[in-house]
Structure formats: structure tokens, C-alpha cells
Design a protein around this ligand. Structure first.
Ligand code: UT7
Length: 335
């Protein structure tokens, strides 16, 4: 029997232990001859710290504890997970998918309990900072279609690997981390509405242009961003997408209990809240402590909101993402 809806039944998050405050990063960059300051970073972006993974740690290593925490919070038997969708722009390998690697690591981690996740479909989604919104939308559609009943939806990134530490306009903004949710089939909604968009004419404003050819990377393997262009586009599309999911679900902005936007820049986040006439107290904010963790930022912020008692069952939560592609979208969910 298929259920029409999907619900988030558990959330999890994981940040690598090395927390790098602005002062530490400013000092590291000064040693390389790059001038910046805590004031500039905090005032322009709201970021005070970010977490960086150790050199031998991959996206799957961050995804594993986040996924385990979500499974535990949902109280599901991990052997019943029948779909893994993982959003990342910093995969462990060119292929196979990081989702496949996480599937195997999860099976290994539960082996003592005689549990395996082997056999279920797994794949990565690549939509940069909108990746989690895309992944959640795809998993919701597969559950609504009856293709899956208990999905693990993950955002995991090691963005520190693709940062150009000679470019002060970008390297101070990003961090590493992973967030996850368990999405279960249900007879009552859950996910009320989704809205996805992209416009490939903006590929160049946020990209890692390098590609693998003949056994080497051709072009730059490091992130490039036209920050002002991204900023201007982001505020406009985030408002539109928020209004679209609200309209699809027959809700008003005033019905929203929590706005959980992609955590890229506090000024973009506050601008979106203002346009929706939502008071700043209704927004979950982690950007000050996490930086921009790309596809991981929304599930990390959701998990933070749930675990610190802000986001409660029955509340209406508006998730919003925007990023390279250019991609954007929103998901309206009743917790
Ligand atoms: O996750 C995907 C989505 N990404 C985003 O949403 C990012 C969107 N963009 C932004 O968040 C902002 O545009 C930034 C935080 C990247 C930049 O803020 P801004 O207010 O747009 O600054 P700006 O790029 O206009 O730069 C202003 C000045 C420039 O100097 P001049 O030309 O005015 O003399 C920059 O060279 O700030 C300078 N600058 C810095 N100064 C100190 C740029 N980076 C730094 C730095 N420290 N780290």
C-alpha cells in the first residue's frame, strides 16, 4: 500500500571537531600575505567561525555520524532504510556516488547488530547549495510514488577542499559539515509543497571550473564566486520560491513558525525574512558558527533547531536553498 505523503521523523547533524574562529583564520591568512579582519567577515556575512575537516576526512565520514543521529532520532530500524539520497558538491570520488560509500559505511557500522542497508537504491544529487532542497524534493516524490517508504536524505560537504586560500572574497565564507533527515511515508503530510528552479545561464557566477581529463585536473579545482551577483539574485529568488510553496500549500507567510534558509550570509537571510514580513526571531540561524556549509547548511540548521527545542512537532517550517547552477528552491514542511 502506498502512502501519499512523507514526513521528517528524525534529524541529525555532524560538524568536524576543528572549529576555526575568525581571529584564527585571519592570522593564518595574514601569514600568507592575505589581509582580512574579523570585523569585515562578521559585518559582511555574519560569520564568526566555521569547522574544517582534517585532511584525511571525506564527505562520507561527516555524513555517517549525521545519518546515524537522524536514524536514532527517528527510532527506525536502519535495516528498513530503503533509499539514500545525498546532496554534495564535494564527493569522496568522481564516482561512485558518496551515497554508495555512506550506504556501505552505515552497514559496517551496524554490522554488530546484524543490520545491513545493502540493496536499497542510493544516489547523489548535485545542486550545490540548493542540493538538500533538491534531494528532499526527489525523496518526497519517490515516497509519494510508493518507490520508497523510509528514506535517508543527507547533505554533506568538505568545502575546505575546494577553497582558494589566496582569495579572501571566498575562503572566509565556507565550512565543512553534514546534516541528515529520515523521511518516512505517512498518511498525513509532512512535506506540504516543494518548489525547484535553475537557470544555467549563471553557471559562471559560482563554480569550480576544473574537470578531470587524461589523468589530471584541467582548469582550476577551486571555487570562484562573483559574490555581489550571487547576493542580488539570491534575495529575489528566495522570496519568490518561498511565496510559491506557501501558495501551493494554501498557507500565508504569517503561518510559518520557522524559516530555515540556506546559511550563506546573514544579510541575505534577514533580507528574505524581511520581504516575507517574518520577524528575525522566527529564523533558525547557524551561519555565525558554521559558515556556509553548502548542501549541509539547511539540514544542519534544521537539526540544530530541533535539538535546541526551537523547532517542535506540528510546527510549519519553510526550508529554502540557493546556490551554484544557478539553482534555488523551497520546501514547506509540517514537522
Ligand atoms: O552559498 C551560495 C550562495 N553564496 C552566497 O550567497 C554569497 C553571496 N554573496 C555574499 O555573501 C557577499 O557578496 C560577500 C560576503 C561575498 C561579499 O560582501 P559584499 O558586501 O558584496 O562585498 P564586496 O564583494 O562588494 O567587497 C567589498 C570590498 C571590496 O573592496 P573594494 O573593492 O571596495 O576596495 C573587496 O575587495 O571588500 C573587499 N573584500 C574584503 N576585505 C576584507 C572582499 N573580501 C574581503 C575580506 N576581507 N575577506
Amino acid at each position: 500500500m502506498t502512502s501519499r505523503y512523507s514526513r521528517i521523523s528524525g534529524t541529525g547533524g555532524y560538524l568536524p571537531p576543528r572549529r576555526v574562529g575568525n581571529d584564527e583564520l585571519v592570522a593564518e591568512l595574514a601569514a600568507r600575505g592575505i589581509e582580512t579582519s574579523d570585523e569585515w567577515i562578521a559585518q559582511r556575512s555574519g560569520i564568526k567561525a566555521r569547522h574544517f575537516a582534517a585532511p584525511d576526512v571525506a564527505a562520507s565520514d561527516l555524513a555517517l555520524p549525521a545519518a546515524r543521529a537522524a536514524i536514532e532520532a527517528a527510532g527506525v530500524n536502519p535495516g528498513e532504510i530503503d533509499l539514500i539520497v545525498l546532496a554534495t558538491s564535494t564527493p569522496d570520488m568522481v564516482f561512485p556516488s558518496t551515497a554508495a560509500i555512506v550506504q556501505h559505511k552505515l552497514s559496517q557500522s551496524y554490522a554488530a547488530e546484524g543490520v545491513t542497508l545493502a540493496g536499497c537504491p542510493v544516489f547523489d544529487v548535485q545542486a550545490v547549495c540548493s542540493g538538500f532542497i533538491y534531494a528532499l524534493t526527489v525523496a518526497d516524490a519517490m515516497i509519494a510514488r510508493g518507490t520508497a517508504r523510509k528514506a535517508l536524505v543527507i547533505g554533506a560537504e568538505v568545502f575546505s577542499r575546494i577553497l582558494d586560500f589566496n582569495d579572501r572574497g571566498t575562503c572566509v565564507l565556507f565550512g565543512d559539515g553534514a546534516g541528515a533527515v529520515v523521511l518516512e511515508a505517512s498518511d498525513r503530510p509532512g512535506i506540504l509543497a516543494t518548489d525547484l528552479h535553475a537557470d544555467g545561464k549563471y553557471v559562471d557566477i559560482l563554480c569550480v571550473p576544473g574537470h578531470v581529463s587524461g589523468g589530471q585536473v584541467l582548469g582550476s579545482p577551486l571555487l570562484k564566486m562573483d559574490g555581489q551577483a550571487v547576493f542580488k539574485l539570491a534575495v529575489g529568488v528566495l522570496e519568490k520560491s518561498a511565496r510559491a510553496v506557501l501558495a501551493k500549500a494554501g498557507k500565508q507567510a504569517s503561518d510559518v513558525d520557522w524559516l530555515i534558509p540556506h546559511q550563506a550570509n546573514i544579510r541575505i537571510m534577514q533580507g528574505t525574512a524581511r520581504k516575507l514580513r517574518l520577524p528575525p526571531e522566527k529564523m533558525v540561524v547557524t551561519v555565525h558558527d558554521h559558515g556556509n556549509t553548502s548542501a549541509a547548511s539547511i539540514p544542519l540548521a534544521l537539526d540544530y533547531g530541533v535539538r535546541c527545542g526551537q523547532v517542535c512537532p506540528g510546527q510549519l517550517v519553510l526550508l529554502e536553498g540557493v546556490g551554484g547552477g544557478f539553482t534555488w528552491g523551497a520546501v514547506l514542511v509540517e514537522m
